[in-house]
Each structure stands twice: as C-alpha cells, then as structure tokens.
Design a protein around this ligand. Structure first.
Ligand SMILES: *[C@@H]1O[C@H](CO)[C@@H](O)[C@H](O)[C@H]1NC(C)=O
Ligand SMILES: *[C@@H]1O[C@H](CO)[C@@H](O)[C@H](O)[C@H]1NC(C)=O
Ligand SMILES: *[C@@H]1O[C@H](CO)[C@@H](O)[C@H](O)[C@H]1NC(C)=O
Ligand SMILES: *[C@@H]1O[C@H](CO)[C@@H](O)[C@H](O)[C@H]1NC(C)=O
Ligand SMILES: *[C@@H]1O[C@H](CO)[C@@H](O)[C@H](O)[C@H]1NC(C)=O
Ligand SMILES: *[C@@H]1O[C@H](CO)[C@@H](O)[C@H](O)[C@H]1NC(C)=O
Ligand SMILES: *[C@@H]1O[C@H](CO)[C@@H](O)[C@H](O)[C@H]1NC(C)=O
Ligand SMILES: *[C@@H]1O[C@H](CO)[C@@H](O)[C@H](O)[C@H]1NC(C)=O
Length: 517
C-alpha cells in the first residue's frame, strides 16, 4: 500500500538511462583552468580594477574562481570602446564621454575615451597569475594613438609589481569587430584584404615600437563579430588566405578570437529565455564555427571566443540577467571545448544585463534605466554561478579532460570530467525553463551506468533555482555568492548517495556529481 501512495504523490518523473564513460576517449579535450574568462568593456575599466586601491569586491569574485581551479579567469579589456580610445600622458586613469542612457541601453558605452598610463597600471590589482589581453584601436587608423596605448600597456606589465605577481599580458588585440567597420562609420568600403593590410601595418608599428618579438606577449587576430567561414567575407579562412600570418608581425600571432552573441537586443526585441536555454540552439550557435576552429588549428593557432554573451547590446531584460541564463552559460561554455574552442570570454560591463558581476553600486535599473531610490551595492548576477560550477567540474589538477555525455533528451545535457584516466565528476543541466507563474515542476530521473568499473557512491551538489526568470536567490550546494563582499556564505549542503540510486534533476536545475573512487 505505502509504495502506491508514495508514487501517486510524485510528479511524473521521466526516467532516462545515461551511460557515462569510465575513461576519457582519445578525443576528450583538455580544459583550461580559466575556461570561463571575462571580457571587460574598457570605458569603465577603472571601476572594475579600482584606482588608488583595488576594487575588493571584484577581486574577491575572481579569487573565488582561482581558489577552485588554481588560476583566476583570464581578463580581456577592450571591446567596442577600444576603438574609441585615445591616449594622453596628462590623463589620470580615464576620461569618458558617455551618450545619454536609454531604456534599451541603460548603461551605454562611452563615445570617446582618453586614457593615461595609470589606466593600464591598475592591472596590478588583478589576482596573482592573471593572464590579460588588451585591445588598442584600429577603427580610427590613428597609428600614434595605437602605439602610445600599446607602449603604455607594455610598460604597465613590465612593472615590478606585475612581474612579481605573475600578471602577464598574453595578447595585444588590434581593433574590435572590424567586420562591422562598414556599418558603424569607421570605413566607407572595407573587406578582409583591406583589414589584413591595415592590421599588418599597424601591428608593424606597434611591434617595432615595443619590441614585441623579445617579449612573451603575442598578437591575437580577428575579433570579428561574425564569420563567413569562407575565403570571401570576414573569417579566419579569409585572413589566412590573405596571408596575415606571413608578415613580420603576423609571425607573432598566436590566436584567433571570434565574437559571438546568440541574438541581439539592440532594437529592443529580445529572445525568449526558453529559446536561449534550448540545448539544440546552444549547440547550433557554436558548431557554426567548427570549420573556423579546424582552419585555425591547422595554422598552429589557438581559437577562442574572445567576446561572447547571450544577447548583444548588453543583454535582454528578464532573460540575460536571470538564473536561466546561468544554465545557458554553463552548457555553452562546456560545449565550446568539445569543438576545439579553448576559452570563452563572457563580456561584462558596468550595468550590463548579462554581466556575471556588478562590481560597483548602480543608481539606475539595468533593465530599463529607471532611477533606483537606493543604489544597488556591488553584487554577482546569476551567470556568476555558471563560472563557479564550470570551475568545480574542472577542478585544480593540471590536466583535466571534460567530454560531453551523450543524452537522448532535448533538455538534459551532461559532461564528465577525467583526471588522468579516471572519471571523477559529472554535471547535468536540465535546461527546461520553469518560469514564474508555472505550476508542477517536472524532474528527470537519471539512471546511471558506466562503461567500466562503476563508482559506488557519489556526492550530489545542486544549483537550486526558484524560477528560470529569477534574477537572484540562487544557491549552490546551499550556499550563496550573493553577498556584500563577494565571499561565499551559508552552510554547505551536499547529499551522498549510492550511484545505483541515480539522481533526479528538476526543470531548471544543475547537479554536480563527485564520484567516490
Ligand atoms: C575625444 O575627447 C577628447 C578630449 O575631450 C577630444 O580632444 C577629442 O577630440 C575627442 N575625440 C572625438 C573623436 O570626438
Ligand atoms: C609606422 O610605420 C611606418 C612604416 O614603417 C612609418 O612610416 C611610420 O612613421 C610609423 N608611424 C608611427 C607613428 O610610428
Ligand atoms: C591621433 O592621436 C594622437 C595622439 O593622441 C592625437 O594627437 C591626434 O590628434 C590624433 N589624430 C586624429 C586625426 O585624431
Ligand atoms: C577589397 O577591396 C579592395 C579595394 O576596393 C580590392 O582591391 C580588393 O580586391 C578587395 N578584396 C577582396 C577580397 O574582395
Ligand atoms: C542561437 O540561439 C538563438 C536562441 O538564443 C536562436 O534564436 C538562434 O537561431 C541560434 N543561432 C544559431 C546559428 O543556431
Ligand atoms: C531517443 O528517445 C526517443 C524518444 O524518447 C526514442 O524514440 C529514440 O529511440 C531514442 N534514441 C536512442 C538512440 O536511444
Ligand atoms: C498541476 O497539477 C495539478 C495536480 O495534478 C493539476 O490539478 C493542475 O491542473 C496542474 N496544473 C497545470 C498548469 O498543469
Ligand atoms: C550500492 O548499491 C548496490 C546495489 O544495490 C549494493 O550492492 C552496494 O552495496 C551499495 N553500496 C553502498 C556503499 O551502499
């Protein structure tokens, strides 16, 4: 009698058989400790780093990640405002000229920014061991400005403080989304051969001025908003065929950077959260670059998503800033290396809807720009949990492989992590959107099988989410990062189970399994 009553109380739980490989296949990619990295809109970089002293909140959020994998996220500074930056020795930090906020873009990017040496020197506030990419302008074709900036950047990273802290400049980037210069007023006509010509000339000036070849810093190239994936249009294939790598500075290129957004909110129309979270579109948004990755690896270069997030123009309200977007970000970041993308730089800016972190107090709404009666103190947004979970799945060992677990379900995605030849962890993401106002949250029961020897027990950690469209209130293993100082708080809550029990994953939930060996 009792079992019958019990089952009738349970919401209908779909059972799904999941087979996890007990050892990594030969093709399982090795995962960077800083798989989830950050791209920072540079107009307000001093707000992120802090000026006379470091921004403790922001640096804490980076150190949280470092404490999990052993390395802080890489930081790219530049983006749209990179092409609007000039340099003046007498400017302290930065002088920005901002357009008026609108309800669609409550925190617009600067139209014009002038920076001085200290703008770059504050990189020394970053955690020890941070790897940095910094952009200089190509749009205005002002060689003097680009060379002055590059020189100041190199000087900043050559400072004794940065050297002692292992804060290193991996890459100089020249120009942001040059494939859009035709649309945004920088050029009247433009194609990839003009880009290669301009890039090569400017990179020669920069490289000569700073003596780049005798430093550890390299160039990254591309940073395009899209890709034709062909030798016509803008793509890695196009610029390789235009011989960008053959020139003097071209020999210092070590990576291709692609930018990608799943859609745009630039005209005020966002997609649906449930669309963003769809397993199939996450994959199709990334596999469009598969051939670009292959073409790039064939040249011996690294391929990164150097700037990415959900919806362009800082995100869609009620979508990019929500818990559901955290599930999107986690699946998106973990799927990327499956096709050879080594790092995923999520774009962030002050007041941007899709930011993982809001490092300073905000006085107007990120959703519609309306004034806030009390400023919102620094805080993390839901996407931050994606970075934490990806870091925990990765762990701190030097060499870790993560491969996708094939799951025959439109909503459930899974990934397995291997240290050496051993299966150590797995994560499952149920990206079916459980939205505010809905009733009857379903869950999927995963029956676990292993190709080799089965682990006996597992520790289960859950990302608890009220609703996919919640903008806060998430907990990870019972703990929160939504705290005043960015430090994790609360009692850790984990569940230890026999693997033969399997695991339930609700709509809009993530579970991390740590296998006991
Ligand atoms: C940007 O601002 C600086 C300093 O105010 C000014 O000298 C410069 O002309 C401006 N540049 C543009 C392109 O408006
Ligand atoms: C850039 O390089 C060109 C070609 O070598 C040279 O003529 C020019 O003076 C350089 N410009 C700057 C600002 O260094
Ligand atoms: C190029 O940048 C230099 C250095 O800041 C500045 O003096 C000059 O006015 C700029 N040129 C143009 C055409 O804006
Ligand atoms: C790009 O434009 C230039 C100048 O208009 C032209 O000479 C060149 O052939 C074009 N290249 C491609 C790949 O279309
Ligand atoms: C990317 O994802 C969005 C949903 O966020 C979808 O509308 C779009 O079609 C996808 N693009 C590709 C190329 O799959
Ligand atoms: C996947 O699931 C569908 C529907 O649940 C089923 O019809 C199909 O046979 C399954 N495919 C495999 C390969 O298990
Ligand atoms: C939710 O479940 C209850 C109980 O089974 C049922 O009465 C109700 O119609 C369901 N609501 C929806 C929206 O499906
Ligand atoms: C796990 O379950 C299996 C099968 O029910 C059982 O043989 C095994 O002893 C259990 N292990 C533990 C640690 O409880």
């Amino acid at each position: 009698m009792i079992p019958i009553v019990w089952f009738s109380l349970l919401p209908c739980a779909l059972a799904l058989a999941v087979t996890i490989s007990s050892s990594p296949g030969t093709s399982a990619p090795y995962i960077s400790k800083s798989l989830i990295s950050l791209s920072i809109e540079q107009d307000r970089w001093p707000d992120w780093a802090g000026t006379s002293s470091k921004n403790e909140f922001f640096i804490q959020t980076l150190n949280n990640l470092k404490s999990i994998t052993g390395a802080p996220p890489d930081i790219r500074i530049g983006a749209n405002s990179e092409d609007k930056t000039n340099f003046a020795h007498d400017v302290q930090y930065a002088q920005d000229i901002f357009p008026a906020p609108t309800s669609i873009v409550p925190y617009p990017e600067a139209l014009n920014i002038t920076v001085g040496d200290s703008f770059y020197q504050i990189a020394q506030h970053l955690p020890r061991g941070t790897h940095v990419t910094w952009g200089v302008p190509l749009g205005p074709l002002n060689v003097t400005a680009a060379v002055l900036e590059a020189t100041a950047i190199m000087n900043a990273f050559n400072s004794p403080v940065c050297k002692a802290a292992g804060i290193t400049l991996d890459y100089l980037e020249i120009g942001n989304e040059a494939d859009l210069y035709l649309n945004n007023g920088f050029r009247k006509s433009y194609n990839s051969s003009q880009y290669v010509k301009e890039w090569t000339a400017l990179a020669s000036n920069i490289s000569d001025a700073v003596g780049l070849s005798s430093t550890g810093t390299k160039f990254l190239v591309g940073s395009f908003a899209g890709s034709s994936s062909k030798t016509t249009g803008f793509s890695p294939q196009a610029i390789y065929s235009e011989n960008v790598l053959a020139s003097g500075p071209g020999s210092l290129i070590a990576a291709f950077s692609e930018h990608h957004y799943s859609g745009s909110f630039c005209t005020g129309n966002g997609g649906l959260l449930s669309d963003l979270m769809t397993k199939a579109t996450i994959r199709s948004n990334l596999t469009i670059y598969s051939n670009d990755v292959i073409a790039t690896h064939a040249q011996g270069l690294d391929y990164i998503l150097g700037e990415t997030n959900s919806y362009a123009c800082h995100g869609a309200p009620g979508v990019s800033n929500t818990a559901g977007a955290a599930l999107w970000a986690l699946d998106y970041a973990l799927f990327s290396p499956q096709i050879g993308i080594s790092k995923v730089f999520f774009h962030v800016g002050i007041g941007f809807k899709y930011s993982l972190i809001q490092p300073v107090a905000l006085d107007r709404s990120i959703l519609d720009g309306s004034p806030l009666s009390t400023p919102l103190p620094p805080h993390v947004q839901p996407l931050y949990y994606a970075a934490i979970i990806a870091a925990e799945l990765r762990g701190s060992k030097e060499r870790v492989q993560i491969s996708e677990i094939g799951i025959n379900d439109t909503h459930v995605a899974g990934y397995a992590a291997f240290e050496g030849s051993r299966l150590v962890r797995a994560v499952f993401i149920n990206s079916k959107a459980f939205l505010q106002g809905q009733e009857n949250r379903t869950s999927v029961h995963l029956d676990l099988a292993f190709t080799g020897k089965s682990p006996e027990a597992m520790t289960i950690k859950r990302l608890a989410i009220g609703h996919a469209d919640d903008a806060s209130g998430l907990t990870w293993g019972g703990q929160t990062y939504e705290t005043e100082n960015g430090k994790v708080q609360g009692k850790l809550s984990l569940d230890v189970r026999n693997v033969t029990d399997g695991v339930d994953v609700s709509e809009t939930e993530v579970v991390l399994l740590n296998f006991h060996l």
